[in-house]
Design a protein around this ligand. Structure first.
Ligand code: NCD
Length: 304
């Protein structure tokens, strides 16, 4: 049985195939509206979510399936002390596929060991977020037409930002990609990710200064400073507004720059940027539904 815990659980060919299916769904959604009839998706969210959970649920409903689940740990038996393993053992008897978000790194991997049905990691702590990465890759391919030969700037909380970790891992597998990692010193990318880039001879630079690197970027991926991962409120307050993208900062950017953000946005992107044709973040969120439809079809081994 297939689980998606890490983005490398899918090969590059499989990811390209999922993007092709998502494109086909966008062209002809009616073709897919009964594909998952009588199938159930459980969304077990032990951490807050808007887009990830609702796009998973919208995806399953658009495939003709059903959804069940919870949106906070407090309304599940986790609040009574139940282990992830016991919860999964039971829910895998109620559903055909499970999308799960948990504050502890590795919790979905534990779930996959016990589950009778596919587990999808919908975000585990500050670690990984593979389906956001599928959403991001879908956006980049639609905007740029390809996923190779790109200069990708990632800006903000690169330490705790799980979407960044999975996106770097995924894009490292396409040729000619190089990374510009823009963050304050305290929020630099974890060493294990840098070690992987070095091992694979993938060019990257680290900088604190966004404006110096702006002219070279094909993609600018902004991120929120991950308040919930900080031990100390004072550090969060000091770092939270490290980068605020506004129109003057885009003056030297390429005319076809693609500005992305996994959302939610706090202050990282001024609302004045929303009307810029290079702002892709809301269409990015919309695409999350279609790529998750493609993923559900794949894991349930059903076609249109
Ligand atoms: C991200 C997450 O949960 O990691 N949101 C999302 O899934 N679109 C990013 C964030 O919360 O900052």
């Amino acid at each position: 049985m297939r689980h998606v815990i890490d983005i490398t659980d899918l090969s590059v060919a499989e990811i390209d195939g999922l993007i092709n299916v998502a494109e086909d769904i966008l062209k002809d959604p009616k073709k897919y509206r009964d594909s998952c009839r009588y199938k159930q998706l459980a969304t077990l969210f032990f951490e807050p979510s808007t887009r990830t959970r609702l796009s998973f649920e919208s995806a399953m409903l658009a495939l003709g399936g059903g959804v069940l689940g919870f949106s906070e740990a407090a309304s599940s038996s986790a609040s009574k002390g139940e282990s992830v393993s016991d919860t999964i053992r039971v829910v895998s008897g109620y559903a055909d596929v499970i999308a799960m978000r948990h504050p502890k790194e590795g919790a979905p991997a534990v779930a996959a060991e016990i589950s009778d049905v596919p587990i999808i990691n919908a975000g585990d702590g500050g670690h990984n977020h593979p389906t956001q990465t599928l959403t991001d890759l879908f956006t980049i391919r639609r905007e740029k037409g390809h996923l190779d030969n790109l200069t990708v700037g990632l800006c903000g909380d690169l330490m705790f930002g799980r979407t960044v970790h999975s996106l770097i891992t995924a894009m490292s597998r396409y040729g000619g990609v190089n990374f510009v990692l823009i963050s304050p010193n305290e929020l630099r990318i974890p060493d294990y990710i840098k070690a992987n880039l070095t091992r694979d001879n993938i060019p990257f630079v680290e900088t604190k200064n966004m404006s110096d690197v702006m002219p070279g970027l094909d993609i600018l991926y902004m991120t929120r400073v991950q308040k919930e991962r900080f031990f100390n409120e004072a550090d969060y307050i000091r770092l939270k507004d490290s980068y605020i993208l506004d129109k003057p900062k885009l003056a030297d950017a390429k005319p076809d720059l693609c500005i992305m953000h996994p959302l939610p946005r706090v202050n990282e992107i001024s609302k004045t940027v929303d009307a810029d044709p290079r702002a892709c973040y809301f269409s990015q969120a919309q695409g999350g539904k279609y790529i998750r439809m493609a993923l559900i079809l794949k894991l349930l081994e059903v076609t249109a």
